[in-house]
Design a protein. Structure first.
Length: 271
């Protein structure tokens, strides 16, 4: 059953499309976790949900997602593309930012083989290196800072974040996807298609590769046509693991029944 975050997102999406003079469409909620995705005919509205608990002014992240996706689309990289007519936004309704995207038909049950995912990510990285816009330079570290500043969490998390950050090796950086797991690569008739660039930042390749290996598996990492040092991979994979634990406590603010799950993850991390 939809919660207040989902209902607010649907209202905002419908208010924006009505203000833009688009035909009224029955909303179809495609996704309702970090962001709510609402299909309205040929368009999909993206509205922040759980991310609002970590990023109180999320419009900048949505604007970055639009800018990067448009940049990649214009260069022939297959990504979910933002709307041009009407403009993608962010638009605002009821205090919520809303971005508009072309609905991209895909097979949600299809999972690409590790070599396909890894090669596609390498091609994406090559295209992102040409991105001329400004990008955050601390990425998940800034999110952790915001989290510790907003919520009273187990003090071990803050101490561990400081320890992990101090141990991050100094390596070359480049524009990253930021959340490069296989679930953000959908199977379309045209081929593998990336989405969700709001977490893009200027960071080390080891961050994206650590996510790929942790959430895909070692075979995904092995298939990537490039590499990061073992030290960097270990350090940034550990940062991702810490971030995942902290993020569970954000989720539990929206879904209190998931607090035991967050506590179990915390205990497992420190065990």
């Amino acid at each position: 059953m939809a919660d207040d975050y989902t209902r607010a997102a649907v209202r905002a999406a419908r208010a924006v499309t009505a203000r833009l003079g688009l035909p009224d469409q029955d909303p179809d909620v495609l996704h309702e976790r970090s962001n709510v995705l609402v299909r309205l005919g040929p368009l999909v509205a993206r509205v922040p949900a759980t991310t609002r608990l970590l990023r109180p002014e999320p419009a900048a992240w949505l604007a970055r997602d639009v800018a990067l996706s448009r940049f990649l689309t214009d260069r022939g990289v297959l990504v979910v593309s933002p709307s041009a007519d009407p403009p993608a936004g962010p638009h605002f309704a009821d205090g919520l930012p809303v971005t508009l995207w072309h609905h991209t038909p895909h097979d949600p049950a299809h999972r690409y083989a590790p070599d396909v995912v890894a090669r596609s990510l390498a091609e994406l990285h090559a295209a992102l290196r040409e991105y001329p816009g400004e990008l955050p330079r601390r990425g998940p570290l800034d999110d952790l800072d915001r989290l510790f500043g907003r919520y009273d969490l187990d003090p071990r998390l803050r101490a561990e974040a400081a320890r992990v950050e101090a141990g991050l090796p100094g390596v070359a950086v480049q524009p990253l996807h930021g959340d490069a797991h296989p679930g953000n690569l959908i199977a379309t008739a045209a081929g593998p298609c990336w989405l969700d660039f709001e977490d893009t930042w200027l960071g080390p390749l080891a961050w994206d590769l650590g996510i790929l290996g942790r959430q895909g598996g070692p075979e995904y990492l092995a298939a990537y046509p490039g590499s990061a040092s073992d030290d960097a991979l270990r350090a940034y994979t550990r940062l991702r693991e810490l971030f995942a634990v902290a993020w569970r406590f954000v989720i539990a603010r929206r879904f209190p029944d998931r607090l035991p799950e967050a506590r179990s993850a915390l205990d497992a991390y420190f065990s």
